[in-house]
Design a protein around this ligand. Structure first.
Ligand code: NAD
Ligand code: DAU
Length: 355
């Protein structure tokens, strides 16, 4: 059994679905169900004996201790986080709480759990912490991409909170011998991403006839990875990564934001043309830049490729086509997320425990 935190979110849900397609080891999903947690993402697992869900907070010590006691997971995969940079700028409190104190609580509970294990189980245990390339800060145009040895220079409350959690994870390995693994990944995209992030926001706004807001000049660069490739990389790191090490995960796909939005518009023009025959590009609007906006991220994924043999399967072109097609095929998912109807779904299925 593995314990996945934040499994009702975008990457966590993709990971659980991917994990149970790849094997039969059971998953316990601990998720608080914040605005970003959506159990509809995992609806196809209803009745699957390999999957169990607990609604709860990773900051809740008594709860996490109980889960360790009852289920004795052989690994923790920590996805749970506040993940949106813009929200962290408007209100950093929850980011400090969940990303730092929540990770601290998980580490403490894992450490206590490890103390009660025999040698073999202790050696086999893993705490895999899912982090981000944003902890490394911003690159200039010609700087080399981030390697695992790049210094930490987080610039937003979000990335600072993730950096703090990475440092705690590292310290628990160094000080207490907790067998940790840290992954730092670039921007993900794909099915089930909440439409506050660039790609799904552009898709849903375009279809709704709304404006497509580009922050600043739209020349900021992000390095895009299809979420299924990220999930496969995490499985690989869990299976073969060296405890105490960190692995950068990326798809060698640096692109300016404006190119991303143009790619989304071109696919929508092809797959769901506007009734007036105009391109969705007409909806692009330049808006005020994000405060402290990092200019460029880029991941050097040499280490995970060379040492663990992982490589992304999707190019940006195949991944973005699948993604746009997924959103076009799931209008009800979009409508539910936007209306909050998924909260009612939670209410119905989990009786009054929705936050
Ligand atoms: P998300 O916002 O879609 O999902 C986060 C999930 O965590 C939600 O289900 C939410 O309910 C849950 N959660 C939040 N606070 C919690 C708490 N206190 N206790 C339990 N559950 C809680 O995020 P995502 O995009 O899926 O990101 C998952 C992880 O991957 C995060 O740690 C993020 O920092 C990291 N990451 C994301 C990206 C990306 O591009 N999205 C890239 C690199 C790393
Ligand atoms: O790099 C990994 C990180 O990628 C993850 O750690 C974060 O959890 C994830 O949210 C993401 O952070 P970004 O800030 O890069 O993602 P976002 O989708 O919010 O923005 C991507 C880029 O697009 C960024 O340069 C800001 C810009 N943008 C975003 C939105 C939502 C716009 O121009 N307009 C928008 O409306």
């Amino acid at each position: 059994m593995i314990l996945v935190t934040g499994g009702a979110g975008f990457i966590g849900a993709n990971f659980i679905l991917d994990w149970l397609r790849a094997g039969d080891e059971p998953v316990l999903n601990l998720d608080k169900l914040t605005y970003a947690g959506n159990l509809e993402n995992l609806a196809e697992l209803a009745g699957d004996p390999r999957y169990a869900f607990v609604q709860g907070d990773i900051c809740d010590k008594a709860l996490v201790e109980r889960l360790f006691r009852q289920h004795a997971p052989r690994a923790v995969i920590n996805f749970a986080a506040e993940s949106h940079v813009d929200r962290s700028i408007h209100g950093p409190g929850e980011f400090i709480q969940t990303n730092i104190l929540g990770t601290f609580n998980l580490l403490e509970c894992a450490r206590a759990h490890l103390g009660g294990l025999d040698d073999a189980a202790r050696k086999a245990f893993r705490f895999l912490h899912v982090s981000t390339d944003e902890v490394y800060g911003s690159l200039a145009k010609d700087d080399p991409a981030f390697t695992e040895r790049h210094r930490y220079e987080p610039n937003s409350p979000y990335s600072a909170s993730k950096a703090a959690s990475d440092h705690l994870v590292r310290a628990y390995c160094h000080t207490y011998g907790l067998p940790v693994l840290t992954t730092n990944c670039s921007n993900n995209y794909g099915p089930y991403q909440f439409p506050e992030k660039l790609i799904p926001l552009m898709i849903v706004n375009a279809l709704a006839g709304k404006s497509l807001p580009i922050y600043g000049d739209g020349q900021q660069i992000r390095d895009w990875l299809y979420v299924g490739d990220h999930c496969a990389a995490i499985r690989r790191v869990l299976a073969a990564g060296q405890p105490g090490e960190t692995y950068n995960i990326g798809g060698w796909n640096e692109k300016p934001n404006l190119d991303i939005v143009h790619a989304v518009c071109a696919l929508l023009d092809e797959l769901r043309p506007r009734a007036d025959g105009q391109s969705y590009r007409e909806q692009i609007t330049y808006v005020t830049d994000r405060p402290g906006h990092d200019r460029r991220y880029a991941i050097d994924a040499t280490r995970i490729e060379r040492e663990l043999g992982w490589k992304p399967q999707e190019t940006f072109e195949t991944g973005i086509r699948k993604t746009v097609a997924w959103y076009l095929d799931h209008p009800q998912w979009i409508a539910n997320v936007q209306s909050g109807a998924y909260r009612e779904w939670v209410e119905k299925n989990y009786g009054g425990r929705a936050s």
